[in-house]
Ligand binder design. Structure first.
Ligand SMILES: [Zn+2]
Length: 188
């Protein structure tokens, strides 16, 4: 079962990699927006029977068995309890939380060109936590070096916080503002 799914999604991937990276809105069984995932993952969830496609884009991708419409909104078929602050502490999530913006100079930067900065440097017992990590561009990171923001004359845009459900909803709304298919699930 798993092997064949994998195989199928590999085939899908060759069909159109760009389309398959587009963000898809994920709704809980209750229609509450809970997450965003890439179209590729959304397709796998639909194929597995874990989610249904609520809205689809006009274009298709071909899988081994059938033509599939790329979903733009999916809904989980089983209700999932969402624990608070369940987001993993990862580079990707920190950059998302900080909206790909250097927290010192406020420049929006592609994720490949951003680093993670320990606000209190690790060498000074700074911890690897949501509250001590921020997105930082290379020039700022080099300037700051092994110093605290105060020592380097830097000011943090805002105190870093854990990635909460609130942050997550905010991001979903921000992304969904320009998408008609998402909007009806977001503003009610
Ligand atoms: Zn910067």
């Amino acid at each position: 079962m798993h092997a064949s799914l994998h195989h199928r999604s590999d085939r899908i991937d060759r069909g159109g990699p760009d389309r398959l990276h587009r963000p898809v809105l994920v709704l809980n069984a209750s229609y509450e927006p809970i997450n965003i995932c890439a179209a590729r993952r959304a397709l796998v969830l639909v194929l597995k029977g874990v989610a249904s496609a609520e809205e689809t884009a006009s274009h298709h991708v071909s899988s081994a068995r059938r033509e599939l419409r790329v979903p733009t909104v999916i809904r989980l078929l089983e209700y999932r309890r969402i624990p608070h602050q369940s987001r993993a502490l990862s580079r990707k999530n920190i950059l998302m939380r900080d909206r790909y913006t250097c927290q010192y100079c406020l420049k929006v930067t592609p994720s490949g060109e951003l680093t993670l900065d320990h606000v209190i440097p690790r060498s000074r017992a700074g911890e690897t936590t949501w509250e001590n990590l921020v997105a930082c561009c290379h020039p700022c990171n080099n300037k700051k070096g092994n110093r605290t923001p105060e020592e380097a004359g830097f000011k943090l845009h805002r105190p870093p916080r854990p990635f909460s459900m609130h942050t997550s909803r905010h991001l979903i709304r921000l992304l969904g503002r320009s998408d008609d298919q998402w909007r009806k699930y977001l503003f009610y």
